[in-house]
Write a protein that binds this ligand. Structure first.
Ligand SMILES: Nc1nc2c(ncn2[C@@H]2O[C@H](COP(=O)(O)OP(=O)(O)OP(=O)(O)O)[C@@H](O)[C@H]2O)c(=O)[nH]1
Ligand SMILES: [Mg+2]
Ligand SMILES: [Zn+2]
Length: 308
């Protein structure tokens, strides 16, 4: 019996890293004990597992999945009710965003942040490609950084081309399991290749035609980092899971709205047009940024409130 952490799943096999630094390819034992939820995949990247080494000494049989601290999900398909675990035991998410090439929209950032709040995963917002920014782009970035810092999110400025900000990223990622997320083309794989040059992940020029990246990375994989810790490169926009939120709890995942909402007249206020709504008052007074309020409304108005 040994313990390890799942780096990757390949078909029915799982690549497991042991505490001594070996990687063992494992299959699942027929009767596997997994606590908690029903999903299409019983084992995910980031899981700690117990396994038996088989006679060949090189492969193993996973007998138990240890209890997860947290996990993120996505629906198996558009129609399916079943969900799939993307990753487990995350310490934090780094949301990589860019002001241009491609432009990351505030609403996308806010949906991600709200989802991460719902999963209780702290998020750091990383503004990449600063080398490409003109004065106006830089101003836009600084405005967003002010907005998110005021709410309580940590923000970093990064350029993978000129190297500025890389030491900050390393100190934030050291010893932790980090999910690297963000739209296609923002530089997630480029970042991981710089952090661990042995990886040689595929990166691609974003097409200049529609200024959007293509999704190059497809399966989540956890990469050990040379300075300690792991990074999970998720497949672009689709990489982050769905959460089913009740309409009246969405504002719980906007920390600055939640803080103010206790002053609304009605305990079940949705902060739309109810009388004496402290949230709307704060938006008017500028205490809550209207961009954030707009993102809140957009999630609230989503059909079924299920989004990805
Ligand atoms: N100028 C500049 N280009 C960058 C920077 N970071 C990444 N790039 C370029 O942006 C393009 C896309 O980078 P990728 O690392 O493939 O993007 P990704 O986020 O992994 O994209 P998907 O795998 O499609 O989700 C590549 O051509 C990179 O060289 C940067 O800081 N500055
Ligand atoms: Mg990539
Ligand atoms: Zn209200």
């Amino acid at each position: 019996m040994a313990r390890g952490i799942v780096l990757k799943s390949v078909g029915i096999r799982y690549r497991v890293l042991t505490s001594t630094g070996e990687t063992i390819d494992c299959v699942l034992r027929g009767k596997l004990r997994v606590k908690g939820i029903e999903t299409t995949n019983p084992v995910a990247v980031g899981d700690t597992v117990v396994f038996e080494l088989l006679d060949d000494g090189k492969s193993g049989l996973i007998t138990e999945v240890c209890e997860r601290r947290n996990y993120i999900l996505r629906k198996s398909s558009n129609l399916s009710r079943q969900s799939q675990i993307i990753a487990a035991n995350l310490d934090q998410a780094l949301l990589v965003v860019t002001i241009i090439l491609p432009k990351t929209h505030v609403e996308f950032i806010d949906r991600f942040l709200a989802t991460a709040e719902a999963y209780s995963i702290p998020t750091v917002i990383v503004f990449n490609k600063t080398d490409l920014y003109g004065p106006e782009d830089t101003e836009n970035m600084e405005e967003l950084i002010r907005m998110y810092t005021d709410i309580g999110y940590k923000c970093l400025r990064l350029s993978l081309t000129d190297g500025s900000g890389i030491p900050d990223i390393i100190s934030i990622m050291k010893g932790k399991i980090s999910l690297i997320s963000g739209n296609s083309g923002v530089g997630k794989s480029t970042l991981l290749n710089i952090l661990n040059p042995e990886l040689k992940l595929r990166t691609e020029e974003i097409s200049s035609y529609h200024k959007q990246g293509k999704h190059i990375t497809t399966f989540p994989e956890m990469h050990p980092l040379p300075f300690g810790g792991f990074a999970i490169d998720t497949p672009g926009l689709r990489g982050f899971g769905v959460v089913d939120m009740e309409r009246n709890e969405i504002y719980h995942f906007f920390p600055e709205i939640f803080r103010v909402a206790s002053n609304c007249r009605f305990y079940n206020c949705l902060h739309l047009d109810e009388p004496d709504c402290a949230v709307r008052q704060a938006v008017e007074d500028g205490g809550i940024n209207w961009l954030r309020y707009r993102s809140y409304l957009s999630i609230l108005n989503d059909e079924n409130n299920k989004y990805r």
